[in-house]
Design a binder for this molecule. Structure first.
Ligand code: GLY
Length: 552
């Protein structure tokens, strides 16, 4: 009796908790409540969704230094209310002095940590150039206004939450290796303490005053070069001054009555998610059930083929002829999956990349939309948490360790366990392959969802399962985002699952048909906004993080 009452009580609490709030005007979802508030304030003051995400991205560089950044890069996918679509690639590039084997020793072995910890790990940061490009071209508010929120948070400080305090404290050993990082992050932090970042505020003010030149030229650039000298880094003034974001055509796919509008190369995310949808549309997922053996088997085997192809064919389109059309074609997906049978697992060793003629924790996502139908999906990253852990001394911001997203040696996994080959080898000026999947979905040609996630290789499968949960399993947004997920990336040959997904019985069944299971806790943090059928908007920030969707 007591147990039954307890269950009823828990169920009623969880249904209360799972109630989505519907907003009339706009929603912004990001990894930090203060940053989401910035976005909503910008919209309330007359800004559009682009103004909002740019303001949020700069604010995240202050309040969410794990991944929010001005020393990293990212991708933005935009669809305006009148149907104009574009994407902005501000992925970092390899320095001119970089070379294919720069992370290998004389015997050709990968030197541990060289691409992840310290100065050599950093690509040329793209965030400032990319965000300001988006703002100039598609925003409506002045740069000074949009940046003022981030400047304020850095200058006056904010009270840090327990997630940030614990996260900084647990990385302290690495921070104290570098002078600039030690000054900012080298002490023990406590939840609730005021965190003021004067150097970062000065850098942001310089950007506010001078635009991109305030970062890529002048005293901030000089500080980056001085920082490079302290740690044998190779980024030069010329590298900085010549960095440019690239506006690219969005990548498009279709799944039933849904349009997928997403990021093309140098991200693998868009190609992989369209490829996965192309395989899955040949099956009746709803009838399989979201936690059935057949569903997990089907998706895992699809993921294995897609990630095998990612390792072989995907890289920076400006340096390598990525066979995009073939990879996202429905025929290729069908043929590639011909040998799939329910109940059968093909070991990754026996799955080769497909046959195509040859002619990529920490990242963070912002989803924003307004009731007119403007939608922006922006993912930005330092790669690992706090990037290469190096704060540019005197300028107060962290650099990325995105060089590790290149294939530093064919077949050798990066920090996410992903392998690569020639397509993603290091070359000066080249952009490293990414898994970031900022995505916009239309339903019956009308605005439906804005979605994206951090999570390295798991970004693609986190976005995929969130979308399938809504499209196929009729979940509301919060349930769809929070539901436990699984992931297979071909190599290592492991089915990675969140503990709460599987019953003991299902674990046994999956093992019996040949899967090696690995239970993981870090599984993306989806930020999503959805247009409801009554014209209102809802948003949800993944329960795996401590972010917030805010609307009005
Ligand atoms: N740095 C993670 C990604 O771009 O995939």
């Amino acid at each position: 009796m007591f147990r039954r009452c307890l269950i009823i009580l828990l169920l009623s609490f969880s249904s209360l908790y799972s109630q989505n709030i519907d907003y009339k005007n706009a929603v912004v979802s990001s990894a930090n409540e203060l940053a989401s508030e910035v976005g909503i304030n910008i919209i309330k003051q007359g800004g559009n969704a682009v103004d909002a995400v740019v303001g949020v991205a700069f604010a995240l560089a202050v309040v969410y230094p794990q991944a929010g950044n001005i020393g990293g890069g990212g991708f933005l996918v935009y669809r305006s209310a009148d149907g104009f679509e574009t994407s902005i690639d501000f992925r970092e590039t390899a320095p001119r002095l970089s070379s294919k084997n720069m992370f290998l020793d004389e015997q050709g072995n990968v030197i541990p940590n060289l691409s992840t910890l310290g100065h050599l790990g950093s690509g040329i940061p793209g965030s400032v150039a990319g965000l300001l490009y988006a703002l100039d071209k598609y925003g409506t508010l002045p740069r000074e206004k949009v940046l003022s929120y981030a400047i304020n948070l850095a200058e006056k400080g904010f009270y840090i939450n327990s997630e940030l305090a614990n996260s900084i404290n647990s990385n302290k050993e690495e921070f104290i290796m570098f002078e600039g990082s030690s000054k900012i992050f080298g002490k023990k932090f406590r939840k609730g303490e005021l965190f003021i970042q004067t150097d970062l505020a000065n850098t942001l003010k310089e950007i506010s005053l001078k635009g991109r030149d305030g970062f890529y030229k002048g005293w901030v650039a000089q500080r980056i070069i001085e920082e490079m000298k302290r740690g044998n880094g190779i980024i030069t003034l010329e590298d900085l001054a010549s960095y440019n974001p690239v506006e690219r055509k969005v990548l498009k796919g279709e799944y039933k009555n849904f349009d997928i509008i997403t990021m093309g190369p140098p991200s693998s995310g868009g190609m992989c998610i369209i490829y996965l949808f192309n395989i899955l549309e040949n099956y009746n997922l709803k009838s399989l059930g979201r936690t059935s053996l057949d569903y997990i088997n089907l998706l895992s085997e699809a993921m294995k083929r897609v990630y095998a192809d990612r390792s072989e064919f995907m890289g920076d389109i400006d340096f390598y002829k990525v066979p995009i059309e073939e990879l996202i074609s429905k025929t290729y997906a069908k043929n590639r999956f011909e040998n799939f049978q329910f109940g059968k697992v093909i070991a990754s060793d026996n799955i080769e990349p497909g046959k195509i003629k040859k002619e990529s924790t920490q990242t963070t996502h912002i989803s924003a939309a307004d009731s007119k139908g403007n939608m922006v999906s922006l993912t930005t990253t330092l790669n690992d948490s706090y990037g290469n852990k190096v704060v540019v001394d005197g300028a107060g911001f962290l650099l990325n360790n995105e060089m590790d997203d290149f294939s530093v040696k064919p077949g050798v996994p990066n920090i996410f366990g992903l392998v690569g080959n020639e397509a993603n080898a290091i070359e000066p000026g080249k952009r490293m392959l990414s898994s970031m999947t900022p995505t916009i979905i239309l339903k019956d040609s009308k605005p439906f969802m804005v979605v994206g996630s951090p999570g390295g290789g798991k970004i693609i499968t986190s976005v995929l399962q969130t979308l399938l949960n809504v499209i196929e399993f009729d979940m509301d947004l919060q349930e769809a985002v929070d539901a436990p997920r699984f992931h297979h990336q071909w190599l290592p040959d492991l089915l990675q699952v969140e503990k709460t997904l599987l019953s003991r019985n299902m674990i046994k069944k999956l093992s019996d048909i040949g899967y090696e299971l690995k239970f993981v806790s870090d599984f993306g943090r989806v930020e999503a906004v959805m247009f409801n059928s009554d014209g209102t908007l809802s948003g949800h920030s993944d329960k795996r993080g401590s972010g917030k969707a805010i609307g009005f």
